[in-house]
Design a protein around this ligand. Structure first.
Ligand SMILES: Cc1cc2nc3c(=O)[nH]c(=O)nc-3n(C[C@H](O)[C@H](O)[C@H](O)COP(=O)(O)OP(=O)(O)OC[C@H]3O[C@@H](n4cnc5c(N)ncnc54)[C@H](O)[C@@H]3O)c2cc1C
Length: 384
């Protein structure tokens, strides 16, 4: 186990932080207010490896380990939740499954495009009537027909479709086979019968597009199957375990960003003849935030490290995501409190961070689902 980041990861972190400070932070407020990503900033990301964090170099990526990928997402989250969410989903939810289960041809076709900085990938699991309970509730159906699949159904709350060259779609391919009746299928959004609905109007992460997708007799070649037929549910669970580390890292970033604003403001704001940072009740918030962020980040690194060791990390990923998202919620809340009325103003970034963090206890498995996962694992370990 490690207690400090290796030198090369520290250098990577500094480089990503500089990039985020100089290239992304100046646009963060506008990204939120215009509810639109800044694709010029995304176009600069391949130079930093941010659009192919865990993709092989031959396809334009930088093949980082999971700790490196988490560091990058944390740094993005520190300055812009919307961009961090879209880049996290792109890397973990779209490039990840294609790297893991794609054929050579699928990798050649999609990964160089995905890592180019011109696009952002998507994964479509959730449906209007089913999020946590995909197994019983997901209805999108792909029927084998000659040399292809014909897909019908609706996906909801999907990140990035408008920027995606390809969407990984979870479909039922056998109505009778339960958890073995799902498959992942690659669908290009410009295929006949695919409708991308307008982006949802959201409370936070407004710049990150979240869309409903309708599939109406969408025909794709049989070779668009990603991985084995019938393994889609298993692939989904694996993808979500990994995605939880990333959403946790994003949450640590949001907490870190709000924490820094809190300390800065507390040091400058005067009340009762001194800076409010001298008041013990304000110091309590600063101390608690420092402690909780450190704890959350350590859990993220531990889950990432365990994954990189090839060990079972599902419980740790759920613990890390749950802790980090709840820490982000509390720290962003306190950051506004320390800012007083100014924290309630759109002029101050803590207002945006507070809205952005609210998604984190919902996406990629709600906090309730994380607790279900953790408790199930603990009970299994305990009772055998
Ligand atoms: C901004 C945004 C981006 C998103 N991006 C994507 C994406 O890219 N791809 C994608 O596929 N999805 C995406 N989602 C969807 C997201 O993953 C789901 O919303 C989430 O999994 C919860 O599903 P649900 O909304 O259907 O809630 P439900 O599953 O209906 O849950 C409703 C409530 O019931 C609780 N609940 C459900 N089951 C249990 C249980 N067993 N025990 C206790 N409580 C329970 C939940 O915790 C929650 O509080 C996104 C959502 C948002 C808002």
């Amino acid at each position: 186990m490690f207690f400090d980041l290796p030198e090369e990861l520290q250098m990577f972190q500094r480089a990503v932080r500089d990039f985020c400070e100089n290239e992304l932070k100046p646009h963060a407020q506008e990204i939120d207010e215009s509810a639109s990503l800044n694709m010029d900033v995304i176009a600069k990301m391949p130079a930093m490896g941010l659009t192919g964090l865990q993709v092989s170099e031959e396809f334009g990526g930088v093949e980082m380990d999971t700790i490196g990928a988490s560091i990058a997402v944390e740094e993005l989250g520190r300055v812009c939740g919307s961009t961090a969410l879209s880049v996290s989903a792109h890397n973990g939810l779209c490039c990840g499954p294609i790297m893991l289960w794609g054929t050579d041809e699928q990798k050649q076709t999609y990964l160089p495009t995905l890592t180019s900085g011109k696009y952002l990938g998507s994964l479509a699991l959730t449906e209007p009537q089913a999020g946590s309970d995909l197994l019983n509730g997901a209805k999108t159906y792909a029927k084998r027909d000659g040399d292809g699949w014909v897909i019908n159904g609706h996906k909801a709350w999907i990140t990035n479709p408008m920027y995606a060259p390809v969407i990984v779609v979870l479909c039922r391919t056998d109505q009778e086979a339960g958890s073995r009746g799902f498959s992942m299928i690659l669908v290009e959004p410009n295929t006949n019968g695919v409708t991308l609905h307008p982006p949802e109007k959201k409370m936070g992460v407004k710049g990150s597009p979240t869309q409903m997708i309708t599939f109406e007799n969408v025909r794709v070649p049989a070779s668009n199957l990603l991985g084995e037929e019938g393994r889609g549910f298993h692939q989904t669970m694996q993808t979500l375990d990994s995605g939880r580390i990333s959403i946790g890292a994003l949450s640590v970033g949001l907490a870190q960003g709000a924490f820094e604003e809190m300390v800065k403001y507390a040091s400058e704001r005067q009340a009762f003849g001194q800076s409010i940072a001298q008041l013990q009740l304000i110091q309590e918030k600063i101390a608690n935030a420092a402690m909780e962020i450190e704890a959350a980040r350590t859990l993220i690194y531990k889950a990432a490290w365990t994954k990189d060791q090839g060990r079972d990390y599902g419980k740790l990923a759920a613990i890390a995501k749950l802790k980090a998202t709840e820490v982000a919620e509390k720290v962003c809340f306190d950051a506004i409190q320390v800012h007083g009325s100014y924290g309630y103003s759109r002029e101050y970034s803590v207002e945006r961070m507070y809205r952005d963090q609210r998604l984190m206890t919902i996406g990629e498995g709600t906090s309730e689902i994380q607790r279900v996962v953790i408790a199930r694992r603990v009970l299994k370990e305990f009772n055998g």
